[in-house]
Design a binder for this molecule. Structure first.
Ligand code: AMP
Ligand code: GLY
Length: 430
């Protein structure tokens, strides 16, 4: 199949690897991709956020499926432009993508659908924010309403810090004050064709920068899948109480959701509660979910994009576990230092059952060694999250050991990674 994948991160690299693993003959182009993606498939310098340019390219090149990785092209309306040309596209319309881009839109849909979530209030001044914070009480949850690149949420026991965070984000829009939900967090991805949903395997993400869930929030520092501490009926419960009602509500409101509904959940004593929806694959959870997928990914994405999920069996997953550890640049998340050289990737890939996915890399022709060019010596970090080491194993311990053995061979000056990913994965207590 001729497939165009939009995006440039490790999530897109994982999607491309899964497509190639299923059928090495897929004709895949990535826009813009990164150095690791360019090793696997053709990459082009197309602006993934330019709706007309993407639609023109897809049409001119006979693309049969467009897969949109990040949220920015969704919010820019790229899927609408591609769909208008009659080309199947995996990714919701600009309107439906508000489920991620606007927290108050998401809350309204959840309210209409009766989906369990924390109660929340949208505020537009420091006075109304303070009143809402006092009503909900500590710990305080404050969320910027629009897309905030992972920086908009603060959960804190400190009233003053909560008020200051609200005040800061009120400068650029409205803010949500939310009830604190107690429990463990998990991500569940559901493919949606606008009417039907099919679940992928649950994954656990590590959002904080430092070991022990300390430090600032990040885009995600690691993940594992499956999630053995979940009850057996967890996925069914999320489908019945959250995913299907949400997809039906979106359809009823004239904004059918075609693509990946990412349910960010807290498993409370009273059952799963939504903390956020995203309108796309999660990063880094995708990097541990897709390597375990047995069902051909292209068939699932194509069926979702063309109204064909009804009656399809649920996707199958290997029993193996997957663990991913993210290597980030010095200074991430506040001010990542870029341009530094990365070494040791070949040794990392030699660890059994390990793959190295690229998140923010480029190849520079200036070499430290005059005898070689275009080698790993020239690979440089171009952003905050640089690489993901993904390891499979028959146990968490095995996958974890492999991931850390591999990341230990990689050198990036000032590079940081957590050492406790998947360190305490206990099954559910009965
Ligand atoms: P978000 O950007 O919405 O995923 O939020 C970032 C992090 O804040 C989440 O991963 C949770 O750990 C935490 N969080 C968000 N909302 C709540 C809530 N209502 N109760 C408790 N923790 C929350
Ligand atoms: N891992 C969190 C996200 O993709 O939003």
């Amino acid at each position: 199949m001729r497939i165009l994948v939009l995006g440039s991160g490790a999530r897109e690299h994982a999607i491309i690897r899964a497509l190639l693993a299923e059928d090495a003959d897929h004709d895949i182009t990535a826009a813009p991709g990164n150095a690791g993606i360019a090793d696997d498939v053709r990459t082009i310098g197309l602006d993934a956020n330019d709706s007309q340019a993407v639609a023109d390219y897809a049409q001119q090149h006979g693309v049969q499926l467009v897969v949109i990785g990040p949220e920015a092209p969704l919010v820019a309306g790229v899927s609408d432009a591609v769909r208008e040309r009659g080309i199947p596209v995996f990714g919701p319309s600009k309107e439906a993508a508000q489920i991620e881009g606007s927290k108050s839109f998401a809350k309204r849909i959840m309210q209409g659908a009766g989906v369990p979530t924390g109660s929340a209030e949208t505020v537009d001044s420091v006075e109304t924010a303070t009143a809402a914070l006092d009503r909900f009480g500590a710990p305080y949850v404050v969320k910027a309403n629009g897309l905030a690149a992972g920086k908009g949420v603060l959960v804190t026991p400190e009233r003053d810090a909560a008020i200051a965070h609200a005040a800061q984000w009120l400068n650029s829009g409205t803010v949500l004050i939310e009830e604190f939900l107690e429990g463990r967090e998990v991500s569940l991805f559901l493919l949606s064709d606008g009417e039907n949903v099919l679940p992928l395997s649950p994954a656990q993400d590590y959002k904080r920068l430092l070991d022990g869930d300390e430090g600032p929030n990040t885009g995600g520092m690691g993940a594992y899948s499956p999630v053995p501490w979940l009850e057996e009926d967890f996925v069914d419960e999320v489908i019945e109480t959250i995913a299907l009602p949400t997809v039906r509500q979106l359809a009823a409101e004239g904004t059918p959701f075609v693509g990946l509904l990412y349910c960010g959940l807290i498993v409370t004593d009273a059952g799963p509660r939504v903390i956020e929806f995203n309108a796309r694959f999660g990063d880094p959870e995708t990097q541990v979910v897709l390597p375990r997928l047995i069902t051909p990914l292209s068939e699932l994405l194509f069926a979702a994009s063309t109204g064909g999920l009804g009656g399809m069996p649920r996707p199958e997953f290997a029993f193996d576990v997957a663990v991913t550890v993210v290597l980030a640049s010095e200074g991430y998340p506040e001010a990542p230092v870029t341009g530094r050289i990365i070494l040791g990737l070949d040794a990392a890939s030699e660890v059994p059952e390990v793959q190295v996915l690229h998140a923010a890399t480029d190849v520079r022709a200036i070499s430290t060694d005059a005898t070689s060019s275009w080698s790993t010596e020239n690979l440089i970090a171009t952003g905050g999250r640089v690489l993901n080491v993904v390891a499979l194993g028959s146990t968490f311990e095995e996958a974890r050991d492999r991931a850390y053995a591999a990341i230990g061979t990689i050198s990036l000056e000032g590079g940081q990674y957590r050492t406790d990913i998947a360190a305490s994965v206990a099954p559910a207590a009965h």
